[in-house]
Design a protein around this ligand. Structure first.
Ligand code: 0T9
Length: 395
């Protein structure tokens, strides 16, 4: 541990004097995770049954409630799972350009579940500087699709790291030809001085639907409105823009615990979501020998093993191999064709990101999934389903 403490100290110092790319920063081995950031989109559908239930609901007012509930179910995995399972937040592997992670959600063995068909995840690193991961999760049986992209910008203060997320997520429901735009909350990392970093959410995020309904979510941690960590409040309203007057529903609780929903018209209150209710699904990827060399777990295998051994020299050695191969690829591309995403296209951003309201109908047009107008842009990515269907690499 004394070694760790020493390297943690210099790590903290390097954070304080930091100017550059957090993802590529060197951290002491005990804080390194053997998991790449391309894997993180899997948290978007840890509960595929709750995800597909959105498309099965005929009433748009209930659908916005279901979208909000599903969104809340994704937070624990995204932001608290490292802390809960490993004792602290961990620094993920910084994905290389073109890295892929894909798989399927399966009912856990022995759990009686209804047949919801296949839910598939396709995730790809579409940019290395800055790091951006694009993803899609779809279930054809239910006719529902999620797509989005994710990057982040970090800032530093004495005792914490602030992280502003870049990107957004879009849900599409085929039967109702309906879109939901989801913005991502700001987060910060606490516990740095006590060697146990963990994530807390702050500020607002929004869900806005072409049906006209919207949700306004706000987050706080210990010492704020509820005094409990991982707290949130949400209001659901019928208007798309800034919510005025009384909301239809209000929700409050902890995204790592339970939350309650109140019908503002009747005053009736009931359980909204209990995150500790047994997870029924597991995420599964193909066996390593069937994976493409760009698939995350295969590509990072040796680095991951070195991290698990805590062998710093081996970690650097194996990481360098990947980095050098990438450098050679980029060099070769300078002369010829630039690298192109396998499953996504860069396109003109028509969505404002950040914690502000976005008029979905005007900013996205009628076809948020089409990517026809505007020049390619690194700031917005769209999933191209045909590229997956016609491609060789399958989940
Ligand atoms: C998208 C999510 C994102 C990725 C992570 C900031 C962070 C990398 C990005 C934003 C997911 O949908 C949600 C959750 C957690 C975010 C990570 C938390 C974190 O600390 C890392 C950064 C790069 C670090 O690893 C910094 C080192 C830290 C563990 C020690 C101080």
């Amino acid at each position: 541990m004394s070694n760790n403490v020493a390297s943690w100290g210099s790590f903290i110092k390097s954070i304080a004097s930091y100017s550059g790319d957090l993802a590529s920063m060197t951290a002491p081995p005990f804080i390194l995770s053997p998991v790449s950031l391309t894997e993180y989109p899997q948290f978007w559908a840890e509960h595929p049954d709750i995800f597909v239930a959105i498309a099965e609901e005929a009433d748009p007012e209930k659908r916005i409630l279901l979208v909000t509930k599903w969104f809340i179910t994704t937070l624990r995995g995204q932001y608290a799972s490292r802390n809960e399972q490993l004792g602290s937040e961990k620094k993920p592997l910084n994905p290389f350009l073109g890295e892929i992670f894909m798989g399927k959600y399966q009912p856990a063995a022995g759990t009686p579940t209804r047949d919801i068909g296949e839910t598939i995840l396709v995730s790809e690193q579409v940019s290395h500087h800055p790091p951006i991961t694009a993803y899609s999760i779809f279930n054809d049986k239910a006719g529902i699709e999620l797509q989005g992209f994710s990057g982040f910008k970090a800032s530093f203060s004495a005792a914490s790291i602030g992280v502003k997320q870049v990107g957004h997520a879009l849900v599409y429901i085929k039967e109702y030809d309906e879109h939901y735009l989801i913005t991502l909350p700001v987060l910060h990392i606490e516990g740095i001085l006590s060697f146990a970093p963990y994530v807390e959410l702050e500020g607002h995020s929004f869900i806005q639907s072409t049906s006209g309904y919207s949700a306004d979510l706000s987050y706080s941690g210990k010492g704020y409105f509820s005094g409990k960590k991982n707290s949130f409040k949400a209001t659901i309203s019928k208007s798309a823009i800034k919510q005025e007057g009384k909301p239809l529903y209000s929700i409050k609780g902890q995204w790592t615990g339970t939350s309650m929903v109140k019908n503002e018209a009747t005053g009736k209150e009931e359980l909204f979501y209990d995150s500790k209710s047994t997870p029924q699904y597991t995420f599964s990827v193909k066996p390593l020998e069937e994976q493409h060399e760009y698939e995350s777990r295969k590509a990072w295998l040796k680095v991951s093993e070195a991290i698990k051994l805590g062998d710093y020299d081996l970690i650097s050695k194996e990481k360098s191999k990947i980095e050098n191969a990438q450098r050679d690829l980029r060099k070769a591309e300078e002369a010829g064709k630039p690298w192109q995403s396998r499953f996504f296209v860069a396109c003109d951003p028509r969505v404002n990101n950040g914690d502000k309201y976005v008029e979905l109908s005007t900013s996205l047009g009628n076809k948020p999934n089409s990517c026809t107008n505007g020049a390619p842009s690194q700031q917005n990515w769209r999933f191209v389903r045909e590229k997956y269907d016609k491609g060789e690499i399958k989940a």
